[in-house]
Design a protein around this ligand. Sequence first.
Ligand SMILES: NC(=O)c1ccc[n+]([C@@H]2O[C@H](COP(=O)([O-])OP(=O)(O)OC[C@H]3O[C@@H](n4cnc5c(N)ncnc54)[C@H](OP(=O)(O)O)[C@@H]3O)[C@@H](O)[C@H]2O)c1
Length: 267
Amino acid sequence: MTKTIGVVGSGLVGKAVARLAIAAGYKVVISNSRGPDTLSKLVEDLGQHARAGTVEEAIEAGDIVSLAIPLAVFESLPADKFVGKVVLDQTNYYPGMGEFRRADLDRGELTSSELVQRHLRGAKLVKGLHNLSWIHMESNARPRGDAARTTLPVAGDDAAAKGMVTNFIERLGYNVADAGALANSWRIEPGTPIYFWRYAPVVPQAVSGDEAKRIYQQRGEPVSPEQARALIQQAVRPSPIGGTLEGMPQVHVDLFLEQASADTVKK
Ligand SMILES: NC(=O)c1ccc[n+]([C@@H]2O[C@H](COP(=O)([O-])OP(=O)(O)OC[C@H]3O[C@@H](n4cnc5c(N)ncnc54)[C@H](OP(=O)(O)O)[C@@H]3O)[C@@H](O)[C@H]2O)c1
C-alpha cells in the first residue's frame, strides 16, 4: 500500500497536495528549491505526519512522488534518483507566464508530460491532480459515497503506476477517469473541456470583494465519471497550446496575488 508521498515543490500546489494526503492518512516528505530549513513553519502547520527534506530525500521517501514545480525547471530534477519511481505529474505548460516556451510543445509534437517523462526516463509518470486550481483541489475533495464527489482525469503509460495514482487520488476524495496514455494527455491539458472551469463555482457578476472570494473558494458542480469521460472525448487540441491567466476570473487572480505576496513575506 502507498504510505508516503514525496512532494517536490512547496508552493500553492505542493501545500495543497500535502494537506490532502495527510488528511487521507499518508505521510508526507516535502521539499523545495531552497532546502528543508525553509520549510519548518510549513511542516509544523502540516503536523506530525509531515517532514521536510531535500528534493532527493522527498524522491527517495515517496511511494508516489508529486511534481508540484514550475514545468520550466523540469530539467533540474535529478533523473537518476527517479528510476523505478511512480511520479504524479501535476505540472502544466503556461508559456504566457514567464520565460519558458518550447517549440516542440507549441507545435504539439509531444505533451508536456511526455517531455517530463523523457527527462525522467526511469520513472513511471502519471499526469493527474493538475486540472484544477490549488484552491479547488481542497474544496472539491469529498469522501466516497458523497453526492458532491467529483471526478478527475489521469493519463499514463504504465498501468500499475496509473492504478497506484488512481487509488491515491480516490483516497484524497475524487473519482478518477482514465484519459489514456501520456501521448493523449493533451486531452486534459489547459484549454480543454475538463480543465479548470468544471471545478470552480460561478461567482455572480453582482458580487465582489470578500463575498466573491468566499463563493469562489467553494466547490464546483460535481462531474460524474461518465461526464468526465465525455469531456475527455470531446477535447479538441487547443490552439495555441498551453495555459494563460487571461480569461481567469478576477477573483482567482486576486487570490493568486494575495497568496503569492503572503508567501513572499514568509520567505
Ligand atoms: N497554482 C495552481 O492553481 C495550479 C493548479 C494545478 C497545477 N499547477 C501546476 O503545478 C505546478 C506548481 O504550481 P504552483 O502554483 O504550486 O507554483 P508555486 O506556488 O510557484 O510553487 C512552486 C514550487 O516549486 C519549487 N521549485 C521551483 N524550482 C524548483 C527546483 N528546481 N527544485 C525543487 N523545487 C523547486 C519552489 O520552491 P521555492 O519555494 O524554494 O522557490 C516552490 O515551492 C506548476 O507546474 C503549475 O502549472 C498549478
